[in-house]
Ligand binder design. Sequence first.
Ligand code: ZN
Length: 466
Amino acid sequence: MDFGCRIDEWTQAHLGEMIADMAKLIKIRSTVGGAEPGAPFGKGPALALDKAMEMCREAGFEVREYDRAAACASFGEGERLLDMLAHLDVVDVADGWETDPFELVEKDGMLYGRGVSDDKGPLVLALYAMRCVRDLGLPLKGSVGLIMGTDEESGMRDLPHYYAVEKHAPNTFSPDADFPVYNVEKGHMHGFFSAAWEDGTALPRVKSFSGGFRFNVLPADAEAVVLGVDEKTVRAVCEAEAPRLKVSYTAEPAEGGVKLAVTGLSCHASVPENGVNGITALAELLAKLPLADCAPNRAVRAVAKLFPAADCNGTALGVDMADAVSGRLTMVLSILKMDEKGIECTLDSRMPICATEDNCVKPILSLLESEGFSARADFTPPHNTPGEGEFVRKLLDCYEEVTGEKGRCCYTGGGTYVHDIEGGVAYGPLFPGFEANIHGNNERMSVADALKAVRIYARAIAAVCG
Ligand SMILES: [Zn+2]
């Protein structure tokens, strides 16, 4: 029987045990918490680390721990040829789950639970792939490691503890995304701009304006109070413009003027084409009102000019750029807070490989300054593992062999666990088109997909280390 058939047989025979191991990890509420002795990211992640290390030792692997922040299970002799990088921490849950999020539930071919696809389930898949390769006795030229972190979701403070002691493997993949292979991650600009002014008396003027709550979420809702206008004037502008802006609105009398609120559609800031930004839509509505010439109104008009509602690619900022490997720049004004003293805004931009500090970040900042704002930005450069290399080729081959689908390299606007790891890629375990509801309610993974993924991972270990 050939090696592929033996892998498929082994994984089928161990499916029940594999799901039971996922359940043990999902039981532990490993959301980040305050540092305690022996638990740098809180009790939950530390308990999950203990449980995972126990599981790996029981499976017969050598396990080493790094400052209680991470651990690594490995097997094989000699040089480390492959690292797999997965995490045990999870984001917290909201109301609305149909099952207990901290009990793995199997129903109609689907597994439910917090972490089942991000990233406790995938960690177990990688562990079983290692077990499979070992049990089938394939001779390896070097060793393979499963690095288990406990702080992926809130700052990745875990990996430095591991890499302070150990070298980077020449090949690293993280089972914490989708198949086929994500080898390119856009750069990230986290920008801030603000202006301050004295209390004004000019009318009509925007008294307050706010929307957004998190830098990486495109906000649906925004509201403003405009003094010195009547409801009829505001409604006339809204009726004319709201359909084009794709927002709903309410306008009601308030404090010597009108309170105007709009609702668009929220989404992650890395894919703004999926949403409708309430802040920029409201800025456009406000800019169409017959406002006086004063500092707060000028700020609102500048926002409307530089961040038109329909523009999520930085076109008005002059930085709309794209390349074949990493796609098009995205630009989201994600938080705006304005009162009678001034305005503060936050930007989230995902930048293709062709974008640099010089051709992109600096021009944005100087344009904002020319409009009267103070501006600054934090820039994280992109991640780019060449798609033509032998490692990526092998990963794609394994994917093709198991699925019968054509493998290809993809880019993402989000950052993954390998963002700072040279030569690293994200590789499964979710399949294109599957909605796992990661970070949301009823997070899930299909049993059939889990089986396929572990078969791919076992082949990948054999291909890279064999
Ligand atoms: Zn994750």
